[in-house]
Design a protein around this ligand. Structure first.
Ligand SMILES: Nc1ncnc2c1ncn2[C@@H]1O[C@H](COP(=O)(O)OP(=O)(O)OP(=O)(O)O)[C@@H](O)[C@H]1O
Ligand SMILES: [Mg+2]
Length: 451
């Protein structure tokens, strides 16, 4: 098992070094930061199991840092170090979510004990959560998984809407489950035994869409050898799902409006309309109100379809659903790909919680399917989940600092090649031996380290 990663934050570098050494001896992998700002950058770039932070730091103190860390990872245990006399602040920290606090000077064994306990508690909490998933804490409409407040609201809406025949307007980003919700509404309505017909209004060429939706009669045009029933007629006694409604060509919008208003369709080439008994559900990932303002979507059609709106929140706004969804999808793909995988490691879950999922549940589903297909172990670990975590908050160094870093790295590189031999290194760098010496001294490099 790889060692657990701990981030230690203190503006006193001596304390930092001592803690680092003790924790490393105890078997942990330690990263240090000398300020709250630096700690946040580290926490955005790596997955830590636990954070130990000093309380009194400026400009960002330990409590502020803790609050921001908990936003990144709400499950991360944080231990606060506090000087004598600031216990009140430490108590405040506990109230705000810190795991525990220690008063300086403290015994390092005590710190290690706190860390061990915190990590154990975290493991237990995780296990309980996984078990809860297994016993189907599904809060679901069969296959819509979620337990966040936002998803519970969606479930409530589905239950209420299913009892009616009103038009439903589902909107949300791509991959948030709009089609899934549309099917759930159909399946829990009195039309469940009738057909569910899905039409992707954006995928069918303009010239064909009218034909697909309304059908045609024999002889309506040269190639119309047979009468063809349109999708509206096929959906009779059931539900028609008009996906990507915003993509409907302008020329067809007025005909669609008529069909929805009258519950009647007129096949191409026919003089009479056919009555249809349908429930209409539409979906869009575009801001249709804006399209209306821009004249791209008819206002009357918008108001005709915008009867009962349901918003599907993006996954990044309901991250508490990620463990549940990930485990549900793991089971789904183990069944589908006939594999036996017991679970997902906490660090893999943490990695997924740090990501912001622009492709929402569909993207999560793809990542899990890939991980299941490629996994050769009993658990999916963070290496099996390929995600690019945001690195944009990295601190920008000044030109002077960046130059220093480069010079040091360059010298170490040359010393490595020349096995610590100064004269050869100086020759390669085209520098005088004495100048090179001065640089090596300046950067506190020991050439012997490279022999
Ligand atoms: N809450 C959820 N629980 C389980 N699976 C989900 C959930 N939400 C979405 N999915 C799955 O994610 C995938 C994408 O869902 P769906 O096709 O319904 O999204 P969409 O909003 O219609 O996307 P798009 O706008 O790109 O058409 C599907 O495989 C679906 O089963
Ligand atoms: Mg869809």
């Amino acid at each position: 098992m790889s060692p657990e990663k701990i981030l230690v934050v203190d503006d006193d570098t001596n304390i930092l070094e001592v803690i680092k050494m003790r924790l490393e001896v105890a078997g942990y992998k330690v990263t240090t930061a000398t300020s709250g700002e630096q700690a946040l950058v580290e926490a955005q770039n790596d997955l830590f199991n636990l954070v130990v932070t000093d309380l009194k730091m400026s400009p960002k103190n330990g409590i502020k840092l803790m609050e921001e860390l908990l936003l990144i990872n709400p499950e991360m245990p944080i231990i606060i170090l506090t000087a004598h006399g600031t216990i009140e602040n430490a108590v405040e920290a506990i109230k705000k979510g810190a795991y525990s606090y220690l008063t300086k000077p403290f015994d390092h064994k005590e710190l290690i004990l706190h860390i061990k306990n915190a990590l154990e508690k975290q493991q237990l909490t995780y296990k309980i959560k996984t078990l809860q998933t297994i016993i189907q804490e599904k809060y679901s409409f069969d296959n819509i998984v979620g337990k966040s407040g936002k998803m519970r609201k969606v479930f409530e809406q589905i239950t209420l809407i299913a009892k009616t025949d009103s038009t439903v307007y589902i909107y949300g980003e791509t991959g948030t489950g709009k089609e899934l919700v549309a099917k759930a509404i159909h399946c829990s309505s009195h039309r469940a035994d009738g057909p569910f017909i899905a039409v992707s209004c954006g995928a069918i060429p303009e010239t064909l869409l009218e034909n697909e939706l309304f059908g045609h009669v024999k002889g309506a045009y040269t190639d119309a050898h047979e009468t063809k029933k349109g999708l509206f007629a096929q959906a009779d006694k059931g539900t028609i799902f008009l996906d990507e409604i915003g993509e409907t060509p302008h020329s067809l919008q007025v005909k669609l409006l008529r069909a929805l208003q009258e519950q009647e369709v007129k096949p191409i080439g026919s003089n009479c309309s056919v009555r249809v008994d349908i429930r209409v559900i539409v979906a869009t990932n575009k801001n249709l109100q804006k399209a209306v303002e821009e004249g791209k979507f008819r206002e009357d059609l918008f108001y005709r379809i915008h009867v009962i709106p349901i918003h599907l929140p993006p996954l990044r706004e309901r991250k508490e659903d990620i463990p549940l969804l990930a485990n549900y999808l793991l089971e789904k793909y183990c069944r589908k790909l006939d594999k036996k995988i017991d679970g997902i490691t906490p660090s893999a879950i943490r990695k997924m919680m740090l990501y912001n999922w622009p492709g929402n549940v569909r993207e999560l589903e793809n990542k899990i399917e890939y991980a299941v297909a490629m996994c050769t172990k009993t658990q999916i670990s963070s290496e099996d989940i390929f995600l690019t975590l945001g690195r944009k908050i990295k601190e920008i160094k000044s030109f002077k600092e960046a130059k220093k870093d480069f010079e040091k790295e360059y010298l170490i590189y040359l010393l490595k090649i020349n096995k610590g031999h100064i004269t050869n290194t100086a020759k390669m760098a085209k520098k005088h031996r004495s100048d090179l010496y001065n640089l090596i001294k300046k950067y506190k490099i020991n050439p012997k380290d490279y022999r």
